[in-house]
Ligand binder design. Sequence first.
Ligand SMILES: NC(=O)c1ccc[n+]([C@@H]2O[C@H](COP(=O)([O-])OP(=O)(O)OC[C@H]3O[C@@H](n4cnc5c(N)ncnc54)[C@H](O)[C@@H]3O)[C@@H](O)[C@H]2O)c1
Length: 444
Amino acid sequence: MPIGGENVPMSDWTRRELLQRASALAVAGTLPAGVMAALAPKRTISANDKIVFGLIGCGGMGSSNMRTFMNHPEVEIAALCDVDENRIPGDFKTVSDKYGKKPEVYRDYRKMLERKDIDAVIVGSPDHWHALHFIHACQAGKDSYCEKPVSHNIVEALAMTAAAKKHKRVVQVGTWQRSTKEFTDAIAYIRAGKLGKVVLCRAWITDGFKAGVQKPSTPPAGLDYDAWIGPAKMVPYKPNHVHFNWRWFMNYGGGMSTDWGVHMMDIALLGMSKDQDLVMPEECTAVGGNWAITGDDRDAPDVTEAIYRFSDPDFALHWSIGRDHPGKPGHGTEFVGADGRTLRVWRGGWLLLDPDGKELPKEEAPAAGDHWKDFLDCVASRGKPRADFASVAQTTIVCHLANVALQSGRTVKWDSAKNDLGTVGRDTEAYRREYRKPYSLPKI
Ligand SMILES: NC(=O)c1ccc[n+]([C@@H]2O[C@H](COP(=O)([O-])OP(=O)(O)OC[C@H]3O[C@@H](n4cnc5c(N)ncnc54)[C@H](O)[C@@H]3O)[C@@H](O)[C@H]2O)c1
């Protein structure tokens, strides 16, 4: 695979030497932060400059984000990276056709991150890869549009937050509901106190997805399965464990509590907070398991009922992965007021109900604006995007707490003063995972 940035000027010889040293250490997770920081691009973006992107993970959402960014004239896509070369041709053609120039193709994201001309990356890999992709991008001085949930577990989310802060990176997370009208209207209504005191939030998803049953087989030509597994546990290859389907396996994701929880609980947390610094729960308890879908390879719970307790303000949050939610959309978030009124919001609308379920008039707020354009504007201004990393990391941690409670079978506590889990649940994979060697989570 080609290495970008070959036209290194003479003044950058020290940097080139560093690159040579770095390649000797280039086992994921072992590059010292100082070396990565020294490799960071010194480019600053002026108002008329292009924002040059590399895409990590040319799958469903990575490609979709790339195409959305390509609608903006200030964007250029210079590089594509995937460990499965079968996934690259579509994006390669789209980019070549649009810019009249071929993007560089990489299998190893670290080579892509060495490029000085790349300002930002789209992290569109499966969740188990986010932490390494994101932290190394921060260390290389790249801004990120990072997909949600931010991490596979809590410890990763904390390390990633520290990396974004330390390296002063602009990061937008792909929780685009933060920028759409129905959700911003609902959040504004709650924050303005128009529903009065809120005592309960509900968030839910209806989940009936089967992964099917497959036998181990040889990975297809072009897929570097060892690199796809990365820091996760090595298991024999099965087609129904990889692309898209990984989300039904706890080795790669957190099931629907993180996949959809991060969208729907995010709205509850934003409504109950003054700004992007979110209220965090004191404790969480959960029941659930693989109760509905049996005889399937899937191991992510298909039923979860989690209850969180918050104080300041006092309220409960109920998260549900359920079989059905009669009379309601298949996903949504509700705020229940002390007087019995309910605000319900989902993708496509929101409504206000009186205690008998009769619809009440509602009020709109100004539109927030495009989520992807918000990131581009913030890259140029060095501002804080609407789904800033630290904020969505908080939501992601709240989501992981449901899995920590489920995996430990106990009520778990969040210690806001220490910004860490209490003593119960620290041995769960939803809190911290053992990385497969030679991978390691960088210490920030
Ligand atoms: N914001 C949203 O609404 C939304 C919707 C869907 C998915 N997502 C998120 O987007 C991310 C990707 O999900 P998806 O459904 O597109 O997955 P996907 O499996 O379709 O795509 C992931 C791609 O990453 C590649 N990949 C894996 N390891 C890699 C590595 N080390 N380096 C480079 N590429 C690697 C895979 O080969 C694959 O092509 C997930 O975090 C998911 O939660 C967000």
